[in-house]
Structures are given as C-alpha cells and as structure tokens.
Design a binder for this molecule. Sequence first.
Ligand code: CO8
Length: 258
Amino acid sequence: MDYKYLIVEEKPNGVVLITLSREKSLNALNSAMLKEIHHFFSNVDEDVRCIIITGAGKSFVAGADIAEMANFTASEAYDFAKLGMDTFMEIEKCRTPVIAAVNGFALGGGCEISIACDIRLASTKAKFGQPEVGLGITPGFGGTQRLSRVIGPGYAKELIYTTEMIGADKAYQIGLVNHVYEPEELIDKAVEMANKIASHAPKAVEYAKQSIINGSQTDIDTAMQIEKTHFGLCFATNDQKEGMDAFLNKRKSEFTGE
Ligand code: CO8
C-alpha cells in the first residue's frame, strides 16, 4: 500500500520511524490516515525490533478530524470510533514496542494514540489534552479506558472533564510521559531508546510486552499465569541459550530473534 499520510523510515537495527504527516491540519486523524496506520501495524515485518511514531511539523496529532466528524450520523460516528479503536489496538498489541515521540499537540485522538504506544517521550513543546467534552463528545478512541490505566483515574478524570491542555512538565509529573527533551533532541533520544530495546532478545521483549499488556487487564492470579507461560516459552528460544551462554562465558550476546 502506498501511504499518503505516513512517512516510513527504516533505520539501522530494525528500528522504524513513522512520521504522521498531514501538516496542514496539524496531523488530525481522518479515516484515510487511520486506515494507513492500521495497514502499517497489521503488516509489521518480522525483522522490525522497535517502532517510533512522531508527527510532522509543530503537532504530534491534534485529534480526530473535526471537519470529517462534524456531520456524522450516530452510526457513522460509531464506525469511525471503531476504526480508530481497531487501529490503536493494532498499535497496543504490536509484536514490537512502540515509542511515541510527542513533538507538539497531542489532543483528543492524538493523546489517545500516544497512550496506545508502550512509551511516551515528549519534547518541551508537547501539549496533551482530551478536549472532547468541549466538543460535545466523549473520547472515542480508547481515552476513557487507557488514560486512567496509564495515569490513574484521578488525573484521567481531571483531564477529560476539564479539557485542560497540559505541557510536557505536567505530563511528566503525572506519569503520562517518561522523559522530556529539547525539541531538537527528541528523535535522537527516541532512536537511542529504540536501539537499546532492539539490542535485546526480540522474543523476550515481545513476551514481556504481552505479559504486561495482557496481565494488566486481568486479575493477579491469571496475570501471574500469563507471566509464567511467557517465561517458560523463552526457554524454547535460541536467544535464551545465547543470552545465558554469553553471560557465563563473559562475552557479548548475539541475538537472532529465534
Ligand atoms: N481536526 C481538523 N482540523 C484541525 C484539527 C482537528 N482536530 N486541529 C487543527 N485543525 C486544523 C485547523 O482547522 C486549521 O485549519 P485551517 O488552517 O484550514 O483553518 C489548522 O489545522 C491549523 O490549526 P489552528 O489554526 O487552529 O492552529 P493553532 O496553532 O491556532 O491551534 C490547536 C492549534 C490548539 C491544536 C487548535 O487547532 C485546536 O484546538 N484543534 C482542535 C483540537 C481538538 O479539539 N482535538 C480533539 C478532536 S476530537 C477527538 O480527537 C476525538 C477522538 C475520538 C473520536 C471518536 C469518533 C467518534
């Protein structure tokens, strides 16, 4: 599929940088763009080790496209929300970790796409918010569900009910972002983190991701069962043997993903 709104750059070590690019509308998510993101995340190559998402220009994503949504019927709105949710679920469940490098506005669907990612890094220019109730709608791309899982229900309710837009420092303070960098450093820092992730055993990273995501959505006994299962599966990989042999023989491990 040729992408109109995604710029996909393959970096060394299996790191892929995706730039969401619909700059004239501050990268607002329309159906076509969501379909492209969905397509990309449903077709991630085996050798990809970490994905970074950022936005072109001064915005990360300024939300869902209000111009497209304005005249939706209830059933069209439902279909649009489903497309967004399915797309963000592909990101959340992606085999490899996904880092959001939030360079500017991350509002509504923009904040929601960032919280479907595993890790959020922000530039000092990032601004987060859930403005939906001010538009007469609720967050519809998973915001009422994922945000409170990331920052807790207290701050999630405050952001959603007040629609207050917060800067990078406040986002860091409430645990919405892991690190804040100067704008010119953001992508380099994201690539640095991605390279570090990519240097580890891919299956172990994948299983750890699955354990964290699936385990956080269930009771603790089931969650521990999930962790045990993934731990056991690691011992069916060559990389477990390689990692432990390298440690015991005081050499650097060379993982193959098998
Ligand atoms: N949708 C469509 N166009 C947008 C959007 C958007 N979300 N955000 C910005 N744009 C457009 C503007 O209309 C403008 O276009 P034009 O130049 O043709 O007039 C252009 O981008 C530049 O925007 P501004 O001139 O407004 O730029 P400023 O720097 O002055 O302001 C802001 C930047 C503060 C980001 C401002 O543009 C803004 O408030 N945008 C809207 C933010 C917002 O409310 N986002 C939430 C949208 S709702 C949502 O995401 C719900 C998700 C769940 C959907 C479920 C479906 C049922």
